[in-house]
Design a protein around this ligand. Structure first.
Ligand SMILES: Nc1ncnc2c1ncn2[C@@H]1O[C@H](COP(=O)(O)OP(=O)(O)OP(=O)(O)O)[C@@H](O)[C@H]1O
Ligand SMILES: [Mg+2]
Length: 277
């Protein structure tokens, strides 16, 4: 029996126009990957390889230049409450307090005020921000803002969570506790999660599968099944965990080197030519 994937990326490419030029810039090229219902998929890849571009496409904020993106078999035509996005840059409404930011999606769902407040309080506590509900975004640190954004995306209970380096700005302790919290939420709710990170440890710890993207233009280089026992007390120290970490690290290393080479080419083509003479 075949079950329909929750998300299907079918030969998706995205080009951007280059300002002041007729040329096009290919951010991602021919990406095909299925995400099963309830799966936790992690995406890693060098900076600039198109990860956030891909997330914007899945969020319905932009449209592919070619290829199709399907959610439950239907093309994505725009943003929707079925998908919660945590952006790489905190996207809070500056004129709303932390609590009111979390309540935002619940208003769109039409929940009554008391229920909204209860849910928002719960998620504020979950991300360790009890007592900060009345603060405005400019009164919060970067990590705190990101935690509010995470609480907001969880609070309205979307089927699919799209998370773009959500824990990157947090201290190690908070990061690890939110990773565990996210795994707990994922296990209890069966949400489908697509999670972007630069942290190889984080990728192996969270992902059932880790997709490694190539440097610009982003393509799927390899997809690794992470088959480890996460119930052991210190899973990060297990031999298998370290094997997976090393494998993904070496897959990524080539791509990061390629990306740096590309950057040099863009920044200083003339110098590079002379350097090669
Ligand atoms: N709206 C846009 N117009 C033109 N180019 C864009 C646009 N958005 C992204 N790009 C380019 O597409 C490429 C991919 O960008 P993207 O933000 O998706 O990378 P990323 O993999 O998320 O990088 P990082 O790991 O640094 O967050 C970059 O070269 C970027 O400059
Ligand atoms: Mg990005």
């Amino acid at each position: 029996m075949t079950t329909e994937p929750k998300l299907r990326l079918d030969r998706v490419s995205k080009h951007f126009g280059i300002r002041g030029s007729d040329e096009r810039f290919t951010a991602i090229e021919n990406i095909s990957i299925d995400v099963a219902d309830g799966e936790f998929l992690v995406l890693v890849g060098p900076s600039g390889c198109g990860k956030s571009t891909l997330l914007d496409l899945l969020g319905g904020l932009t449209t592919p230049s070619s290829g199709r993106i399907l959610l439950d078999g239907e093309p994505i035509t725009g943003p929707g409450l079925d998908r919660g996005i945590v952006f790489q840059q905190y996207a809070l409404l500056p004129w709303r307090t932390a609590l009111h930011n979390i309540e935002f999606g619940l208003e769109a769902k039409g929940l009554p005020k008391r229920e909204r407040r209860e849910i928002a309080d719960h998620y504020l506590e979950l991300v360790g921000l009890q007592g900060f509900g009345d603060r405005y975004p400019h009164e919060l640190s970067g990590g705190m803002k990101q935690r509010v954004a995470i609480a907001r995306s969880l609070a309205f209970d979307p089927e699919v969570l799209l998370m773009d380096e959500p824990f990157a700005a947090l201290d190690a302790q908070t990061r690890e506790s939110l990773q565990d919290e996210l795994l707990r939420i994922w296990r209890t709710t069966g949400k489908t999660i697509l999670f972007i990170t630069h942290g190889i440890d984080e990728a192996v710890y969270l992902g059932q599968r880790v997709a490694v993207l190539t440097s610009r233009p982003g393509r799927v280089k390899t997809v690794v099944d992470i088959d480890i026992d996460r119930t052991s007390a210190d899973v990060r120290s297990d031999a298998r965990f370290r094997e997976f970490r090393h494998h993904i690290w070496s897959q990524l290393q080539d791509e990061v080197a390629r990306a740096q080479h590309q950057e040099l080419e863009v920044a200083a083509p003339a110098q590079k030519e002379t350097a090669h003479v």
